[in-house]
Each structure stands twice: as C-alpha cells, then as structure tokens.
Design a protein. Sequence first.
Length: 511
Amino acid sequence: MDEVLKLLHSKYGDIFEIWFGSERAIVLCHPKYMVKIHQTSTKSKYIKRFFRSEGKEYGLVDSGVFNNNDIHGSWKFNRMVFSNALMRPKLDRDALKWTIELVKEMESCWRRIGIIMGEKDVNKSLIENDEVINLPNWMRRFTYDMIYRIAIGIKGDALNSYTNNLFGVNNQETESNSIITSTQTYAEGIMYFRLYSKYVRNYVPYIRGIVRRYLDNKEYLYGKLTEIIERRRREINDTPINEALRNDILTSFIIANTDRDTHKEKYIEKYKDVVMRPMKNEEICGNLIDAFIGGTDTTANLFCFIVYYLAHHPHVLTRLRQELDSIFHDDITRTITLKDLDNLKYCESIIKEVARLQPVISSNIRLNSEEDEICGYIWPANTVFLLFYGGMSKRPDAWNEPLKLNPDRFYNYMTNDKVNSDNGHEDLGKDQNIGEKSENGDDIKNSFVMFGGGLRMCPGRKLAMIELKCLVTMIYRKYDVELIDMNAPLKTKSTFITTCEELLFRLKLRK
Ligand code: HEM
C-alpha cells in the first residue's frame, strides 16, 4: 500500500483519486489539507472513519472506538471513557513499572536461549534458528504481555510460554494467551466484513464458511472477556470504598461514571454533550479489543525500526548513549523513573525521527459528514479521503534533507525554548503534527503525523511513548545490539500498518 501510494504521489501530485472496486477515495498528500481534517473541534466534519457501515454483528459499526462509525453516539461515549482511562497520570507510573518488569522478563528469556552473547548456557540449535533470533517475534509478544497487563491488570504470558515452548516444555494454555490468539484471529477477520457485502458474507459458499468461523471466534472472545469483566466487577464491589483500586483500564471502564469514579464531576463538566452512564459489558469488550489491537503491532514494529536505524547510524547511537550516560551514569540497572523519561529528550527525538522516516501507520481514512471544500473543490458528504501521512513526512518543502535520519530536527525544538516561541510551534515536543521548515507556517503544519490528529488522534500515544522510551533505555544503556546481516535492507510489509518482517539480532553486554 505504502509503495503504491508513493508511486502515485510522485506521478499525480498532492491530490488524486483511486478506486477500491466501486468505492472512490481521494488521496491527500499535502499537509495543508490536513488542517481541516485534523481540527480538534467537536464541530469537525471529519470524524467518520469508514465509508461502509458493514459488520455490525462483528462489532464494527457502533462498538469500541477504532471501527466505530456512530460518531455522535457510541463512539463519543466510548472514546471519552477510553481516553480518560489511558491518559490518566496514575496509569503512567504503572505503565512504566510494568514495562521495566517485562523488559527484565524478556532479558531472562534471551539469556536462557543465548541471544545475549557471552552467557554460559548458549543453546546453539536455538540461536541458529532465524525464527528465534528474529526481533519482531519477540516484540510482538512483549507488546501482547504489556497491553494485557495495561488492559486487564494481570500479567500476560506470551513471552514466557514462547520461551518454554522452544525448550520443549508444554505450557498449559493460559487465559491471556487464548485471549490474545483469539484477538489476532478477530483482527484478521475484520477485512471480510469491510470488503464483502452482507449478501456475499451470508450466501457465497466459501466466504460464508470463513465468515462463520470468524463469528464463532468473536463469540468466544466476547464470552471470555465477559467472564473477566464480571470477575473484576465482583472484586471491585468487594473492595471498601475508601480503598484504592488497581489502575488497569478495565477497572477504569467499569467504574467510569459510577460513585467509585473520582473524576466523575470533572468529566460531566468537560463532556457536556455526552450522556454520562456506566458502561455495559459488551461495550467494555469492544474497547478492550481495540486496546489489544491498537497497542501491539504499532509499538512492536516501531521498536524494530528504531533498532534497525540505530544499527546503521552509529553517530546517532553515540549521542543516545551520551544522553543515557548523563542520566544514569555507570548504573546500568538503576530503576527508570518518570522524571528520567521526561529528561530523555534525544531518545524521544530518535523515536519521532524513525517514525517520520518509517511510519507504522502511513495512511489513514476520514470521511466528511457534510459537504465541504478541500483544495478548492467542493466535496459531497461522505467523500472518502485517504490521508497519505507517509508522503507528508518526507516532503522536501517541509523538511531539510527529508530522507536523512536526523533526530536533531526534533531535539532542537524540544530543548530550545526560544526556537519554540519564535516559530509558534511550542508543542512539537508533545506529539504535535508539525514540520521542520516552520517559516512556511500552516502549509507544513501536520507534516509529521505519528499518531493521527483531531478528535480521533491515537488515545494510546502516551502509553506508546512510555513503552518505547523505556525499552530503548533498558536495551541500549546495557547492551550492544548486533544485527546478523548488516547488509540486509529493512524488510517490511505494508497493509493498513507497516510491519517489520525480519530483523535478525543478538545482544552483547556493552563494553
Ligand atoms: C507507536 C505506537 C502507536 C502508533 C504509531 C499509533 C498510531 C495511531 C494512529 C495514526 C491512529 C489513527 C488516529 C487518527 O485517525 O487520527 C491511531 C488510533 C488509535 N490507536 Fe494508536 N498508535 C500507537 C499505539 C497505540 C496504543 C499503545 C494503543 C492502545 C493502548 C492505541 C490505540 C488506538 C486506538 C483505540 C485508536 C482509535 C482511536 C479512534 O478511532 O478514536 N494505539 N493510532
């Protein structure tokens, strides 16, 4: 998808149309067109994401947040509860603590196998197996375990059971693993409900069989999640009102708009147009599934891209190490604090710069709910706009030497207040959508779109940054990461998201 859009962009310019079967999409490649689309006002005409409201029975029309098209009803309500659950400062502390624990767990798995060189018990047959030393395989499991804990509050088991399997230990199927596997199957099924009409899904023989299996899996997944929700509801009921509850997002979903919700009054004030009521089990299921899907492949693949770019840019790695050493000195095992994360400005710049060059989500879809003008044309309501972020983030009119990895373009903004106030782009350090050549003003605003924009901007952005900064710190302050084939190009596959297909690696204790 990414490559096709790149090609069409160079051939047809900043605006052109493409057809998906009988559906037309207008592709927008210039950041100036994003100004309207990424507007944060509730009056925005560009909140809708999908052109067809197919797949209600699969939870795709009015449940969860990502696939939800009911923008004035269930999306607004779910999104409010979702954002509040994920953006609470209290969650940051736990997210950091859990990331640290999980990196340690992953290190111990790597040690057992011999991925960390110099360890005694190297298992030769395992480290010669490309599957085992393929970083994306580990990162996917890392983010499964992480999001499971963030979502449900209970440690996931994907890393450990994968490692045990490699050693021939038969694991009992854990609840977390069966939920994650079922969520993956659920995610794979989405395209059948998006692509095929109700008639095809119900009557075309081969497709009907596949769709039935996906629906059975959905029933299983909702059933399992409902058991967990009910269990947690009972635990909450049994906890005295003056006792603090866990900070996982399931707890936040359950207590939202109830007497246990300490922020209730604030939300009533802030979201005046949303009916405040507790969430039903089915709504919570939809939101949990979105957290599982949104919070795994994105962060996992971006981390792999960071590792690839750092291996090929030693001067950037040296600067990163200088920053890490200035914060942690010789203590490569000191527990990382939230304050440390705030101080890791160069580390954050690397994450952003890699996301600019190699975005995991390089395009997005929005529809206008009313007739509107974009690029001098009047578009009827429900025109599909495909926003090609991956093209915008490499425009020569927005960035100096756009194809070069240069974290300084973000670092200088974050560390130099004068630059910030002079160009009016104070927020660059805070996931804003802004380009480098700011003298062009609005034209290049929105040329860096890591987390989308407007009211649908990614609600997991703070969590993703905590995870990524913590991972980069814990790996690079302690280890040298060696790629098995330094000449291999970055192997990616691009559908809705761009994944890292192969990155063979090993670690050595840092000299
Ligand atoms: C590096 C990591 C991540 C990247 C690059 C990323 C990127 C994005 C982007 C580009 C969007 C579309 C926003 C828009 O339409 O304007 C999005 C939406 C979303 N993301 Fe993320 N994301 C990341 C991590 C996460 C995490 C950790 C979670 C959950 C825990 C999450 C949950 C979601 C959800 C639920 C939506 C849909 C929001 C809505 O439609 O209202 N994401 N993300």
